[in-house]
Design a protein around this ligand. Structure first.
Ligand SMILES: Nc1nc2c(ncn2[C@@H]2O[C@H](COP(=O)(O)OP(=O)(O)OP(=O)(O)O)[C@@H](O)[C@H]2O)c(=O)[nH]1
Ligand SMILES: [Mg+2]
Length: 342
């Protein structure tokens, strides 16, 4: 599933340092020549693509990015220090536009790719530079130039790898909020979620995977019931489906079948998509009356999918479920590479 993540930021390269006016004063040199040094260059703003970032979320909180100014020139022809470049890390796949003109400035696809987006200002020349036969003692120097400033729009197409699906109220939004930093609305009524919520879930290795909490599916969705087709279209581009079922339901198997039938009716390979089933809300199930293990076995026989017994609220059973998701994704990635090579 593809989403567009957007951010607007302002970048400002450093101003060049001013050149200065100075003259040599040495004990035995009565009229020293000009010796004012040049200003240093202002730092530039450089974007670099970074593998471990998945979203533009960080740019929501921070809008102005400024590189260091160049230092003033010094006496004895000393050039001022160059301002440090500001390196801004963005996720791979980020496209950068000039927000004022709409012009495409570049896109950063592969990790490590760089784009100089705003040039630092040149340092001003010190008075030693203006020494000539006609003017042995120039009394002037130049100020440093301003650094480039730009208003930028960043865009990133996000690919959600795992889609959390299920009937309304199954606990999908609760699950994504316990797995990631996403904070979607959660409520005890159906159709709380109207558009997909994204969350980045960290693997033990540190890199993130995007999960999408999809609005609840209902019977007839494939024919357009509820928010119907929209939901299924969202699901279409995810690689793994995490099918969440409310274990407190009076008929778990019926609930499972309802969703499966919609996936099948929609077609486009949804039913064959890798699937994991999770029986949720087990903290609220009366264990004496409901045999969760038997339900899990039954679901497994029906679906051939791995079944986990979890609580999105207490986080019981979450870890083994995540491990299985990582395993499936790794396997899909490995197969993809074989396809590319072969
Ligand atoms: N006891 C218990 N309640 C849960 C659990 N997970 C979710 N709930 C509750 O179930 C209700 C529905 O949760 P949501 O996360 O909004 O469900 P949803 O699947 O996103 O619902 P829609 O967006 O309407 O499709 C809320 O009252 C949650 O607090 C759980 O693990 N245990
Ligand atoms: Mg929801």
């Amino acid at each position: 599933m593809q989403f567009i993540d957007r951010a607007e930021i302002e970048v400002e390269a450093g101003k060049g340092g001013d050149g200065i006016v100075a003259f040599r004063r040495e004990k035995y040199v009565p009229a020293g020549g000009p010796s004012g040094g040049n200003g240093g260059r202002g730092g530039s703003v450089i974007f670099v693509a970074e593998e471990n970032l998945q979203t533009l979320l960080d740019f929501r909180y921070n809008h102005l990015f400024k590189a260091e100014n160049g230092g003033r020139g010094g006496p004895n022809n000393r050039t001022g220090a160059n301002g440090k470049d500001l390196i801004i890390e963005v996720p791979c796949g980020t496209v950068i536009y000039d927000a004022e003109t709409g012009a495409l400035l570049g896109d950063l696809i592969k990790a490590g790719e760089e784009l100089r987006i705003a040039e630092g200002g040149k340092g001003g020349l010190g008075n030693q530079h203006f020494l000539s036969n006609r003017n042995r003692a120039p009394e002037y120097a130049l100020p440093g130039l301003e650094g480039e400033r730009k208003l930028l729009r960043l865009e990133l197409k996000l690919l959600a790898e795992v889609g959390i699906i299920g009937l309304p109220n199954a606990g999908k939004s609760t699950l994504i909020s316990s797995l990631s930093a996403a904070r979607p609305k959660i409520a005890d009524y159906p159709f709380t979620t109207l558009i997909p919520n994204l969350g980045v879930v960290r693997k033990p290795t540190g890199d993130g995977t995007v999960f999408a909490d999809i609005p609840g599916l209902i019977e007839g969705a494939a024919e357009g019931a509820g928010l119907g087709h929209d939901f299924l279209r969202h699901i279409e581009r995810t690689r793994v489906l995490l099918h969440l079922i409310d274990a407190t339901s009076d008929d778990v198997i019926r609930d499972y079948n309802t969703i499966q039938q919609e996936l099948q009716a929609y077609g486009r390979g949804l039913k064959e998509r890798s699937q994991i089933i999770a029986l949720n809300k087990i903290d609220a199930v009366a264990r004496e009356t409901v045999d969760l293990e038997a339900l899990a076995t039954q679901l497994n026989h029906l679906s051939y999918a791995p079944v986990f017994i979890i609580s999105a609220v207490t986080r019981t059973g979450i870890e083994p479920m995540l491990q299985e998701i990582w395993r499936i994704l790794d396997e899909l990635n490995a197969n993809e590479q074989v396809e590319v090579l072969g």
